[in-house]
Design a protein around this ligand. Sequence first.
Ligand code: NAP
Ligand code: ZN
Ligand code: ZN
Length: 345
Amino acid sequence: MQTRGYAALSAEAPLAAFQFERRTPGRRDVQIAIEFCGICHSDIHTVRNEWGMTTFPCVPGHEIIGRVVRIGDDVKKVKLGQRVAVGCFVNSCRTCESCKGGHENYCETGFTMTYGSLDRDGKTTFGGYSNQIVVDEHFVLTVPENLDPAGAAPLLCAGITTYSPLRHVGVTKGSRVAVMGLGGLGHMAVKLAASFGAEVTMLSRSPGKKIDAQRLGAHEFVLTSGEGALAPLANRYDAIVDTISAKHDINGPLGCLKRDGTLILVGASPQALDLSPFPLIFGRRKVMGSLVGGIPETQEMLDHCGAHGITSDIELTTPDGINQAYERTLKGDVKYRFVIDCAKF
Ligand code: NAP
Ligand code: ZN
Ligand code: ZN
């Protein structure tokens, strides 16, 4: 099926209009008319080949919301016309321990990413910066109808990437959580941790974000740029969610954890970070990474957001606004996620 989207043809080129084919839906496939797709910082890392693994042409986009327009004969999970979503991956082996446990995001043979992976037909997958997509029903989520669809799109990456590790480390009422970096992921980490009943501190280098942090649910805002800014926070937090997209210090923040506390790294700096053993040894503290979330947990997150009325704070843009949206995201000049109006492709 002829599909319209936007692609980068090389790491140096701006994104531009691009037409390509999608497969005709098979028996277990769902065809989705995409309404909205979020712009994740991972799209920017990928398009600019900062992680060194991009296949071009690259049609990014893994925060996808739309309506079901066609289903294969064996599809049971969704109905025609239903509002659905697709996140960061569209296939996995389904037989390894991780897949069988609903942790398809940790598939031991590697999952098929929504964009930039080799699909089962031997072609590269193309993502949500487009007007339609065809996905196996297992990887399609259902979206609570009470949520604004444009605001719900970023839940598919920014939402689940912060929800999953917060749940994994047991954040609950009364937990103390700090969030580093108030961007797409960071603002969802604040909203979600607050919705679990945690006491949340925002750690940001941007003084202009203080009022927003409080509006989003943070109880405290600490500017990290000043010398000694973290000293008063020593031994305070059960967990810190680090969403920073570039190289930065993690040894100072580690000292802000309580004994046995966990620094959750979700920001994916292309440059390696420096880790001193001492803040880990003194306090038996931990550093963990986390990659989006599995299909059952992504559905659980969407249902949680439906029940609590949680969506992303977004600025809507159009396909011809994508390149400018990238520049503004890099400057931290968006509150707090760009979402593309995909009906305009
Ligand atoms: P974003 O909207 O650009 O937000 C990143 C925030 O980090 C900025 O708003 C800024 O917050 C802070 N920051 C950026 N550069 C910094 C620097 N040099 N030093 C200190 N702080 C800096 O990005 P995002 O979409 O939230 O993504 C964040 C990172 O997570 C990216 O690396 C992305 O690839 C990664 N990611 C990982 C996963 C996963 O599964 N693990 C999923 C999605 C995204 P302040 O101004 O408040 O300091
Ligand atoms: Zn993402
Ligand atoms: Zn697997």
